[in-house]
Design a protein. Structure first.
Length: 329
């Protein structure tokens, strides 16, 4: 997808969750949460991943980290095939891959102090002595904008934004190269969302981090991302740099999403008509034949109901999965 060497290459990734039934609980089907997804993430960049609830965004992030075991596909991190690694080798490389979870209330152990939470990765992955760990914890809390004197406090004593900062400090403890941000701002107040995003951007510049930023808020994703991938029902519909996605989307689903982004001045020439999609996202247990989007697509033709579109590069670094991407208005 680019001449630079990617930090992460995901190829034809699938994650199907089995559906069992009957007395013997045999598999009778599968939920195709992630179905043949491919993308790259480069050092120091942010790839935004957007789509409706239930499209598989979070499953992509967790499978990429091997928190879920993939059904098939390849995940290459800095030249290492993560699929081929055993538990011992995977634990070593996990130092360089961390995750910030969506819910800052559920992702922190309420029985542990802030210091213990941030120290946990250091206990597992390093041979630091007590003083070195203490100094590192103080440094991490300072980096994320928290008072280092809070080390003996518990999560319930903090606001949602402060808890998310604790989660970020924990993710930074081992100096990772990649952080998967799983909707890290969706449960926060709007004013706090901006603070957390600004912190993530600051840390990226200072530490050279790469992010997979999973979110619903399209305006926020445009603000923080270098490139964007749009998912629908387990598949990537379109992937390009953020300005191409926002200003010149080629997939009908992407155009519908972008038309929903509020414009500061509705009377300006930049204002566009809202594209309304009929129906709801289909059940991933039984996706449509052909193109996944054909049940809601305003330009679907006969071919779309029988033939799955190829995920292809229609111009440099702009990928889409649509039979008629070049001719749709």
């Amino acid at each position: 997808m680019d001449t630079k060497k990617p930090l992460v290459s995901v190829r034809n990734l699938k994650k199907h969750f089995p559906i069992t039934g009957g007395i013997l609980q045999r598999q009778i089907g599968a939920v195709k949460a992630v179905d043949d997804v491919s993308f790259d993430i480069f050092k120091g960049e942010t790839l935004g991943l957007v789509g409706e609830t239930g499209c598989g965004k979070t499953t992509v992030g967790r499978t990429m980290m091997r928190l879920y075991e993939p059904t098939s596909g390849g995940i290459i991190f800095d030249g290492v095939d993560l699929i081929a690694l055993g538990e011992s080798d995977l634990r070593k490389i996990r130092q360089r891959m961390q995750m910030i979870f969506q819910d800052p209330y559920a992702s922190l152990n309420p029985r542990m102090t802030v210091g213990s939470i941030v120290k946990a990765p250091l206990d597992v992955h390093t041979k630091m002595n007590s003083k070195e760990k203490h100094d590192r914890i103080q440094e991490l809390l300072d980096i994320v904008g928290l008072n280092p004197d809070f080390v003996n406090r518990y999560p319930h004593e903090f606001s949602g934004g402060q808890r998310q900062r604790i989660g970020i400090a924990r993710a930074l403890a081992l100096e990772p190269a990649l952080i998967v941000c799983d909707e890290p701002i969706s449960s926060l107040d709007v004013s706090i969302q901006a603070q957390v995003v600004n912190l993530l951007e600051k840390l990226q510049k200072e530490l050279g981090l790469a992010y997979l930023f999973i979110a619903h808020d399209l305006s926020m994703v445009r603000h923080i991302s270098d490139r964007m991938a749009v998912m629908y029902l387990g598949k990537i519909m379109e992937l390009a740099d953020r300005d191409s996605i926002y200003l010149h989307p080629v997939h009908p689903y992407t155009r519908a999403l972008m038309s929903a982004v509020p414009i500061p001045d509705p009377d300006s020439t930049a204002a566009h008509d809202r594209i309304l999609l009929d129906g709801d996202i289909p059940n991933p247990k039984n996706p449509p034949t052909g193109c996944n989007f054909n049940t809601r697509c305003p330009v679907a033709q006969d071919r779309c109901f029988v033939e799955e579109p190829e995920y292809r590069e229609i111009k440099e670094n702009h990928w889409t999965a649509c039979h008629f991407a070049e001719v749709t208005p």
